[in-house]
Design a protein around this ligand. Structure first.
Ligand SMILES: C[S@@+](CC[C@H](N)C(=O)[O-])C[C@H]1O[C@@H](n2cnc3c(N)ncnc32)[C@H](O)[C@@H]1O
Length: 222
């Protein structure tokens, strides 16, 4: 049951207020968002929201992340947010299947001055993950690709995350469709199943926050 006073329903005006006051504006990210929208139209909706990007930078910086991984890079917005938080000798492994979209990302990574700490792997992410050594090498991970593989991505990354490391999962509210019983698409079910699973997974501390399309933050227990 909803508890009165514990949440605010955002309308467009209130959301604009959140964005205007709740994140650090950034010209490189703004230019990337503009170019992505101009070139790709509706597809640009896949990009993470600006305040989510700021949150991700802050989290990665707060835990002193050095090695990070991202599944689902698109035109590179979230990658910039994470890479910026890493030290000069840190590394972000970006996984995507699109040469076209990540060509835009590469350009903006150079502009943002983070291209030296990003490795981009163009291949199905599950194959990339399974080829990595089974060692706790990651401090920070972001999952934002094909939803049907979310649980697989989570498990492969969990096995390679150090205790105390963070795994972030995007789109966990799926525009509210997680609550629509008539929606039984593979993507919706995959998100619902992972949400149900993580709520009871003793291996992690978990918090789901209603930023943008919903973001779950998991901390691997020491
Ligand atoms: C929602 S977008 C990522 C948005 C990105 N995080 C950002 O901030 O702009 C999802 C991306 O996942 C990629 N993708 C889809 N299926 C994939 C797969 N099997 N392996 C790797 N990447 C995949 C798509 O090419 C797309 O770029």
């Amino acid at each position: 049951m909803a508890i009165e006073g514990k949440f605010v329903t955002l309308d467009a005006r209130l959301y604009d207020y959140v964005v205007a006051h709740g994140h650090n504006a950034d010209p490189v990210l703004a230019a990337l968002a503009d170019e992505t929208a101009a070139k790709l139209g509706r597809v640009a909706g896949m990009q993470i929201a600006p305040e989510q990007g700021t949150l991700m930078t802050m989290l990665a910086r707060a835990i002193g992340a050095r090695h990070a991984i991202e599944v689902g890079t698109f035109t590179g917005y979230s990658a910039i947010c994470v890479a910026r938080a890493l030290p000069a000798d840190g590394n972000l492994l970006c996984c995507d299947v699109s040469e076209e979209w990540t060509a835009i990302a590469r350009r903006y990574w150079r502009t943002a001055g983070v291209d030296d700490r990003i490795t981009l792997k163009i291949a199905p992410a599950l194959a990339t993950l399974r080829a990595l050594p089974l060692e706790p090498c990651f401090d920070f991970a972001f999952i934002d690709a094909d939803k049907s593989n979310y649980r697989n991505y989570f498990e492969e990354i969990f096995s390679r995350t150090r205790p105390g490391g963070l795994i972030l999962i995007d789109n966990v509210l799926w525009s509210g469709e997680v609550l629509n019983p008539a929606n039984q698409t593979g993507d919706t079910r995959a998100i619902r199943d992972l949400n149900d699973f993580l709520a009871h997974d003793d291996r992690v501390e978990v918090v789901m926050i209603a930023v943008s399309d919903g973001l779950t933050i998991c901390r691997k227990k020491p």
